[in-house]
Design a protein around this ligand. Sequence first.
Ligand code: CO
Length: 299
Amino acid sequence: MSDTEVDLTDERYDKHREAGEILAQVREETVKKIDIGVTHLEVAEFAEERIRELGGEVGFPVNISVDEVAAHDTPDRDDERTFGEEMINIDLGVHVDGWLADTAVTVDFSGHDQLVEASAEALEAAIERIRPGVETGEIGAAIESTIDGYGYNPVVNLTGHALEHWNQHAEPNIPNRAVAQGIELEAGQVIAIEPFATDGGGKVTEGNRTEIYKLDREDVPVRDRRARAALEQITEEFRTLPFATRWLDTRRPEMAIRRLEQHGIIDGYPILKEDDGYLVSQKEHTVIVTETGCEVTTL
Ligand code: CO
């Protein structure tokens, strides 16, 4: 149990709940939008616009990861990719005043229902176990054994994570497999649980495409005018949350990105993928750990 009393009626939790509610609605609308022949860019822009229309802010660029890609793909400004008979993971985030919600779902046109079900059922199994005092390793074990039961592998080097104020990826991590050393969850923590299932080996590696970045440090002088303008937008608009190259107002965002990266001001998140020819499914919800269990904010 937690030794300090947590007030779950606190305003910050209401903002987490509001973010979750907006996100759940946008997720459902976005799923309906996805179809064969529709462009990635259209879907990403639709979701990001709907989040704002419903009163939220975009927590991170809409991730659209297809087939062997597990995470971190998002369209660039001139993206012309369209959906085909593929497995599509959509990962979305919303924040209200920096308080976050994070959710993901797989839309499958590839005909692999069981793989989609494996990550969905693993998420259910994980959520059932969440309460103060449960070890993160126990949650990981539930995820692993569920996916194992379908004859697939969990992606072991991707994890769930806590959500803190303006911090989309905080400790503790929630492993997608049994680990010996776990951390005990506490009431009041806000946690994103995200099992990934694959018919591949279960370990993703970095691919050669990076469209998502995050501010690392801003105390470095930048002379280049374009890079300086981009940095200003980043610190004011996105702060410490991930952003997409296509969100930058500057005329040639790739140039500004390159300069800021060279100075160590921003960090990139390359796409993460299984080996070619394999598929990855994903499902994610955000929960608030309560005194007796948890409350799912993104249902
Ligand atoms: Co997440």
